[in-house]
Ligand binder design. Structure first.
Ligand code: AMP
Length: 208
């Protein structure tokens, strides 16, 4: 079973994806994490990706599809939960022709809520774990609970980059959803309640 979790930036896709992957034994593939892994390698490709991401722009489709195809091949037919991919019509056409997508979960959130959540998000620069200065505080301020790494604000979580990312999301989401809906079972879930409530709702829809 392959699932896509979609939703605007800040809707909690990554957090829900981790919970879903654990419960339903899927491999969580976050497009953003795959790209950040490449950036951390400090390769020429990683530098190219870094320049695009830090401005809040999307990675061109051909490059994004290549990176994801490589990841899928590395996973050798494991069941995958895609998070943050596909984000454009071209990526959707590519992935649906590469493997079968069985279910789509779309989290919804207003732009105002998304901006508020993203500007208070903090990420561990070492292990990538997410925190929030309001809703998911670390035990010790500025320090990751999991590995002790430093918590930072991502370059693309500043207001100008957030606005650009949300604009891209709205432009692309409609064609992506309509294509995915024609291929897989679709569930729409309100992304504004607590992490626990959203997860409970998702489990009730997917079945236990
Ligand atoms: P995320 O961690 O999902 O918010 O992604 C961080 C950044 O990575 C985005 O703002 C884009 O620049 C890039 N990115 C992630 N997923 C994709 C995708 N499917 N297509 C193009 N760019 C992406």
């Amino acid at each position: 079973m392959n699932i896509v979790i979609a939703g605007p930036q800040g809707s909690g896709k990554g957090t829900q994806a981790e919970l879903i992957a654990k419960k339903y034994l899927l491999t969580h593939v976050s497009a953003g994490d795959v790209l950040r892994e490449e950036m951390a390698k400090k390769t020429v490709l990683g530098q190219e990706i870094s320049n695009i991401i830090n401005k809040g722009n999307l990675i061109p489709d051909t490059l994004m599809n290549e990176v994801m195809e490589k990841k899928i091949l590395d996973l050798k037919k494991q069941n995958i939960l895609f998070d943050g991919y596909p984000r454009t019509k071209d990526q959707t056409e590519f992935i649906t022709s590469t493997l079968q997508i069985d279910k789509i979960i779309e989290l919804t959130l207003t732009d105002g809520q998304a901006v508020e959540r993203l500007s208070t998000r903090r990420v561990c620069e070492k292990c990538g774990m997410n925190f929030n200065t309001v809703t998911l505080k670390p035990k010790k301020e500025g320090v990751c609970d999991s590995c002790g790494g430093k918590l930072i604000q991502r370059a693309d979580d500043y207001p100008d980059a957030i606005k650009k990312r949300l604009a891209d999301y709205h432009k692309n989401n409609r064609p992506v959803m309509s294509l995915l809906k024609s291929k897989a079972k679709y569930y729409k879930v309100d992304g504004s309640p607590s992490i626990e409530e959203i997860f409970k709702k998702i489990c009730s829809l997917l079945g236990t």
